[in-house]
Design a binder for this molecule. Structure first.
Ligand code: NAD
Length: 499
């Protein structure tokens, strides 16, 4: 059985805790590897080495650090196929989608090539007589990132690239579900010129996460994952005096106005609802058509599109719309929630419960489901399902639709489909959700903007990537400097007196 260890001080290192977790191939259902789960002692030793390596990196000028990022981008492009294959084999998403996962991470690395500009700081000339004032952005020291299974390339890069470009050392604790790509990223960082010890990839579970939360050398922690864990990490990390930002779960609503282009809206819903088997924090999981007629027409258009979705293994190439979900536990959880929807009286208009794929009966495939007439009291509406299940909640008016999105505890993403600029502007201005799409179903901001939700989708104040990342991974130091003017006309022999 293949064993996956850690990346410490520029080398692959086997785990020594004796604890491991299964890494499945979700398409076949086989356990393809065992990943080491680090102990507190292993985590602490890797952090101590990172702390030793960091001061020299911080003293390296930002242009040189940026050049490592530049080289890293070209290596990602060189190895794109290899990275995508490894990613799909452990995650299950299709190869084109896996390439998108790498690409959206790469774009944040590209933004980090601008680190010298982002780190310039502020300067006030002559703030007083002989006084100048300047603010510097200095690295935190050692930062850590704890990342989820669903974007095993993109989210580690969103964390590591800005942290390293700012002059920090970085401890990455990736998801134990799909640990291979983060280790490949570490190899490429080394090839790009990153000195050893600055990027440590430590595989693990709660034990290593708790060790990160309690380690005194770690000054900042970025987390992405489910909301209960996000809240736990935020509270314990903050209680230990660290800077913490945690991004949590989602239930993204798409509002379909009566004047929308319904063919366009139905296509958008199918891609955003079922792409990556719904395992995206920006997936649309709730469709809110406004008016009964809009709802009837939308359902009529959606059903044949959903029934035509091609579900299969990544090895079938471009011919597959989405793959399996990540683990047997994820599949079971989705099945349980679907059953709860049926029991609660929602109408299951596309029923994927009997889905099975010939030759892949043991894979974690889930057929597409569409529920109509879902109501806010149902568990399928309240919980994040993280599977290929779209719920339609019919709203009587625009205000009712807006209220649904606003009253939900999550506030990651949302969208409105309409031809009415006034409705679109009103929605963007009033909705209490962090990322809004107007006729765009998955409004993931590009690398030079920032990414983050509102409400229970986030704990902390700064967003991910863009300018906020440079704020999160640095501390501000402000210097007030006074250089009194000397006596330029030679010696003064009379005792100085105040006038
Ligand atoms: P998860 O919360 O199970 O795991 C995330 C990380 O936390 C992993 O590294 C895991 O090892 C660790 N972890 C798990 N249980 C822990 C515990 N009890 N104590 C300490 N650490 C623990 O999330 P997941 O299933 O890997 O990812 C899916 C979730 O991530 C979904 O809720 C999704 O919405 C969310 N997500 C959010 C965003 C965002 O930006 N808001 C982006 C991607 C995914």
């Amino acid at each position: 059985m293949k064993e996956i260890g850690h990346w410490i001080n520029g080398k692959h290192v086997a785990g020594s805790s004796g604890r491991t977790a299964d890494v499945w191939n979700p398409a076949t259902g086989e356990v393809q590897a065992k990943v080491a789960l680090a102990s507190k002692a292993e985590l602490d030793a890797a952090v101590a080495d990172a702390a030793k390596a960091q001061p020299e990196w911080a003293a390296t000028n930002p242009q040189r650090r940026a050049r490592v990022m530049m080289k890293f981008v070209s290596l990602l492009q060189r190895d794109m196929d290899k990275l995508a294959e490894a990613l799909s084999r452990e995650h299950g998403k299709t190869i084109p989608d896996a390439k998108g996962d790498v690409q959206r991470g790469l774009e944040v690395v590209e933004f980090c090539i601008g680190a010298p500009h982002m780190l310039k700081g502020e300067f006030t000339d002559a703030a007083g007589p002989g006084i100048d004032m300047y603010s510097m952005r200095q690295p935190i020291g050692v930062a850590a990132g704890i990342t989820p299974f669903n974007f095993p390339a993109m989210i580690p890069m969103w964390k590591m690239a800005p942290a390293l470009a700012c002059g920090n050392a970085f401890i990455l604790k990736p998801s134990e579900r799909d640990p291979s790509v983060p280790l490949m990223l570490a190899e490429l960082m080394q090839e790009a010129g990153l000195p050893d010890g600055l990027l440590q990839v430590i595989n693990g579970d709660k034990e290593s996460v708790d060790a990160i939360l309690d380690n005194e050398d770690i000054g900042a922690i970025g987390f992405v994952g489910s909301t209960p864990i996000a809240q736990y990490i935020y509270e314990r990390g903050c209680a230990n005096g660290k800077r913490v930002q945690c991004f949590g779960g989602a239930k993204n609503h798409m509002i379909i106005m009566p004047d929308a282009d319904l063919d366009q809206a139905a296509d958008a819903l199918v891609g955003a609802g079922y792409g990556a088997a719904g395992e995206r924090c920006m997936a649309i999981s709730v469709a809110v058509p406004v008016g009964e007629e809009t709802a009837d027409r939308l359902i009529e258009k959606l059903v044949p599109k959903i029934e035509a979705l091609k579900v299969g293994p990544y090895t079938s190439g471009d011919d597959v719309d989405y793959g399996p979900v990540v683990t047997p536990m994820a599949k079971e959880n989705i099945q349980r929630l679907v059953q709860s929807g049926v029991d609660a009286g929602a109408e299951l208009v596309v029923d994927g419960r009997d889905f099975s794929l010939q030759g892949y009966e043991d894979g974690f495939f889930v057929g597409p489901h569409l529920f109509d007439r879902v109501t806010p009291d149902m568990e399928i509406y309240q919980k994040e399902i993280f599977g290929p299940v779209l719920s339609c909640v019919r709203a009587g008016s625009y205000e009712e639709a807006l209220k649904l999105a606003m009253d939900h505890e999550y506030g990651n993403g949302t969208a409105i489909f309409t031809r009415d600029g006034d409705a679109a502007r009103d929605f963007a201005a009033r909705v209490n959700v962090g990322m809004v799409g107007i006729n765009v179903p998955i409004p993931v901001p590009l690398a030079y903007h920032t990414f983050g939700g509102w409400k229970k989708s986030v704990f902390g104040d700064l967003n991910q990537h863009g300018p906020d990342a440079f704020r999160f991974y640095t501390r501000t130091k402000t210097v007030t400097s006074r250089w009194p003017s000397g006596i330029k006309e030679g010696g003064e022999f009379t005792i100085p007196v105040m006038e």
